[in-house]
Design a protein around this ligand. Structure first.
Ligand code: SER
Length: 433
């Protein structure tokens, strides 16, 4: 019997509590007293003040499961492993253990608690980067890992992959070490140098097994030392499920099963794989954001939610199915996770109401936008939507660029983004005069 997401949840918390970590509650997606961040995007975001020394943790070893939203990879949702909503399993040392114990715990969890096939495990470490010359390569972590893994599976990388944070514009950050699961040669590009840094999908990042929180990044780009040496580690339940269930995508894990039952009853999942994945992921994000009191709107996190909801509605429209599917996927999300998040049940009525009203208001924007788009296609003799046309759709109809891009893609067209941005900036500069 393969391990379920719920079992993963229990095993993770069980392992860390047995190793002296206190389980703490998880926070709302709306950051408290943190102007640097729009939405909680990581397990450490709600407990940043423990790392800076501004508040005292209830224990020096902590763990929990935190709901998170990250939209920086939104364009990649639809591939086998990117999500905008995920549940992050986190463990932390606040001025307690550092690299040695952190890596030892990670190893024990992967090998003994979860029984991963360790011949498929590789790790990455911070190998230095001229972008941050004052942060030395993390030789210590490389040496610690070499007690467990052969050198060729310890890969030093630069700051883009192995320096994490801060969670907002400023704050605690540090070099990190990540664990990758090799899904098999046949899942990848087949190149001889394929490894964790390759984007082909063969190597799945399953765990940021330790951000070695040592620095604070300031607004002017400078670093200072934090008062404590701490560890912030986090793993998405969904990615662990993907690896442990040997699924062919994150969407084929038991996490998504109830949602795909709904979606599969309306569309052919093989023919519309990308749209189906977008519907499932974005509906989950919608449910959690609304349950935490975020409503679709024009700015900040409200706009993030609107963009996500409108993407669902656009795909529903492109698929030619009834928009009521959005409500049904939301209901399936609520039912499948209510056990861990009672607030989903409590706010279910509100969630359904907001989805209904956004569906109605977007239907008007969409039908006007699509009509205009058709006119653009009709008069154009290329397969590129000009920046001017994309800007007009945005400026006169409130049709966001992301939607123009999606529609263009669905018709094998592209959009001249750089011209669009020039026009947008010109308009912004004019309105500042
Ligand atoms: N904060 C780190 C991350 O989000 C580790 O939890 O990857």
């Amino acid at each position: 019997m393969r391990v379920t997401a719920n079992e993963i949840r229990k095993m993770f918390l069980g392992f860390f509590t047995q190793n002296g970590h206190k389980e703490i509650g998880n926070a709302s997606l709306v950051p408290k007293n943190d102007p640097t961040l729009l939405i909680i995007n990581s397990g450490m975001a709600p407990i940043k003040s423990f790392f800076t020394g501004e508040s005292i943790p209830p224990n020096r070893r902590l763990c929990n499961i935190q709901r998170c939203v990250r939209t920086n990879d939104i364009e990649n949702v639809g591939d086998p492993h990117h999500l905008t909503f995920f549940e992050m399993m986190g463990n932390w040392s606040i001025g307690d253990y550092f690299k040695k114990e952190s890596i030892r715990l990670s190893w024990n969890l992967i090998k003994d608690a979860f029984g991963f096939d360790i011949s498929k495990i590789s790790v990455t470490v911070f190998g230095g980067d001229e972008k941050i010359p004052n942060v030395p390569p993390d030789v210590e972590s490389m040496e610690i890992w070499s007690n467990f893994l052969p050198d060729e599976r310890i890969v030093p990388l630069g700051a883009d992959s192995n320096f994490w944070g801060p969670a907002g514009d400023t704050g605690p950050c540090g070099p990190c070490t990540e664990v990758f699961y090799d899904r098999g040669l046949e899942k990848g590009c087949g190149k001889s140098d394929c490894g964790p840094e390759c984007e082909c999908g063969r190597f799945l990042e399953i765990w940021n097994a330790g951000v070695f929180m040592q620095y604070y990044l300031h607004e002017d780009g400078s670093f200072s030392n934090l008062p404590l040496l701490s560890v912030d580690a986090g793993a998405g339940i969904e990615r662990f499920s993907f690896a442990l269930q040997e699924a062919s995508s994150i969407y084929e894990t038991d996490v998504f099963l109830p949602l795909f039952q709904v979606i599969g009853s309306k569309i052919n999942l093989n023919e519309h794989e990308r749209s189906a994945r977008i519907l499932a992921d974005h509906a989950r994000t919608t449910v959690f954001m609304i349950a935490d009191g975020i409503f679709p709107g024009k700015t900040k996190r409200e706009y993030v939610l609107r963009r996500i909801m409108r993407r669902v509605l656009l795909h529903v429209n492109l698929l030619g199915i009834d928009s009521a599917i959005f409500l049904e996927i939301a209901k399936a999300t609520t039912q499948s996770l209510a056990h861990h998040y009672p607030l989903l049940i409590k706010n279910n009525g509100l969630t359904q109401e907001i989805i209904r009203s956004e569906t109605i208001s977007f239907a008007k924007v969409l039908s006007k936008g699509l009509r205009e788009f058709d006119k653009i296609v009709f008069k154009s003799d290329s397969n590129v939507v000009s920046g001017e046309d994309a800007f007009k759709l945005h400026d006169t109809l409130g049709f966001p660029l992301e939607l123009t891009k999606e529609i263009a893609e669905s018709r094998n067209m592209s959009v001249n983004i750089s011209d669009y941005l020039t026009l947008l900036n010109e308009q912004r500069n004019k309105s500042r005069l």
